[in-house]
Design a protein around this ligand. Structure first.
Ligand SMILES: Cc1ncc(C[n+]2csc(CCOP(=O)(O)OP(=O)(O)O)c2C)c(N)n1
Ligand SMILES: [Mg+2]
Length: 340
């Protein structure tokens, strides 16, 4: 008779094995697509890509806390895993990178700037923190309409929290107790500016009490802990408890974007010294140790994802660029002629 597998206890915050495997897949897919963006850029096939290596734990955890069909996500350019996690088809990541006409924006948005109205993903603004007032506007609309049980999840980086629009957005949301969660992905850098040159306080959550809202810090390399903290904050927002500032700690392992050379401002040793907090191998090890997945299953998952990403890359690359006549698609409604 087959011996029952004993699963050592660990804090899973109510998540079942299939949800944990789902998180693993999301993190691996994110990393694979992320690296594909850098590869395609270096091959001269796409003009630009952002990297989110190191952010995978935050994205997988927050995505699982998001309620599809009800909540609204207002992401920033680092959020490929979060967008995939709330339901975006991975082909859209490649259509965006290749700027093909079939992209959701018609190939007109900045690469890695996803949006998907039917999934509740608002269009990304490249202007740092400019999306925070947009997110607050969506949360204000929910409140005005009396839509209980819904919330907005708004993400941004550590550097964004010293921008004026961030402060105005957080203040307004706190005053009106809006259903919104502000999720800061603190990767310790804002391009070449380290946290110490960005703000005089130690932690992003130190800014929360000044606005009268709770602040919670979480280890963003742990998707389960991130899930628990973001879910609690979203539940509070959905039930009239007002906004929360969540600070998820992580590290940006790649350059800011393919246009950035991080060798000019940080050492290779610094990056290596953070490898111990790389969320992907940590989570793989955890799932294997606790018999949620076997190492063979994870290896197979990686092979399947690589095959999928290769196939999607070829498919997206083969598609045409947008037509010149599409220039004002998604910009103005109807048959608008700018010269009329
Ligand atoms: C208003 C504005 N100023 C400057 C920039 C250029 N810029 C793009 S990303 C970035 C850094 C943002 O850092 P952070 O908020 O920590 O996010 P991260 O990229 O680290 O995830 C800056 C300064 C911009 N896009 N918008
Ligand atoms: Mg940052």
């Amino acid at each position: 008779m087959a011996k029952a597998i004993t699963k050592p206890a660990f804090e899973r915050h109510g998540l079942k094995d299939d949800q944990l495997s789902w998180m693993m897949r999301n993190m691996l897919l994110q990393r694979m697509l992320d690296n594909r963006g850098f590869q395609l850029n270096r091959q001269g096939k796409i003009p630009f890509a952002t990297g989110s290596e190191g952010h995978e734990g935050i994205h997988a955890g927050a995505a699982l806390a998001f309620e599809r069909g009800r909540d609204i996500l207002v992401p920033y350019y680092r959020d490929i895993g979060l967008c995939l996690g709330v339901g975006m088809d991975p082909i859209h990541a490649l259509l965006s990178m290749f700027a093909r006409g079939d992209d959701v924006s018609g190939g007109r948005q900045f690469p890695n700037h996803y949006s998907h109205h039917s999934l509740g993903i608002l269009s990304i603004s490249s202007i740092i923190a400019a999306h925070c007032p947009h997110a607050v506007g969506a949360a204000y609309a929910m409140k005005l309409r009396g839509e209980a049980g819904r919330a907005v999840l708004c993400t941004f980086g550590d550097g964004s929290t010293s921008s004026g629009e961030w402060h105005e957005a957080v203040n307004f949301a706190a005053v009106h107790r809006l259903p919104i969660v502000f999720l800061c992905e603190n990767n310790e850098w804002a391009i070449s500016t380290p946290r110490s040159k960005q703000m005089a306080c130690e932690r992003i959550i130190d800014k929360a009490p000044g606005y009268g809202l709770p602040g919670v810090r979480v280890d963003g390399s742990d998707p389960i802990a991130t899930y628990a903290v973001v879910k609690e904050a979203l539940d509070r927002a959905r039930t009239g408890g007002g906004p929360t500032l969540v600070e998820a700690m992580c590290y940006r392992f790649l350059s800011h974007t393919t246009d950035d050379d991080d060798r000019t401002y940080r050492t290779r040793d610094e990056i290596e010294s953070h490898r111990h907090q790389d969320p992907v191998p940590i989570f793989e090890k955890l799932l294997i140790e606790h018999a949620v997945m076997t190492s063979d299953e994870i290896s197979q998952m990686k092979k399947d994802i690589l095959a999928l990403v290769n196939d999607l890359t070829d498919r997206a690359e083969a598609l045409p660029f947008p037509a010149g006549s599409d220039l004002d698609k998604h910009v103005v409604e109807g048959a608008y002629e700018p010269w009329q």
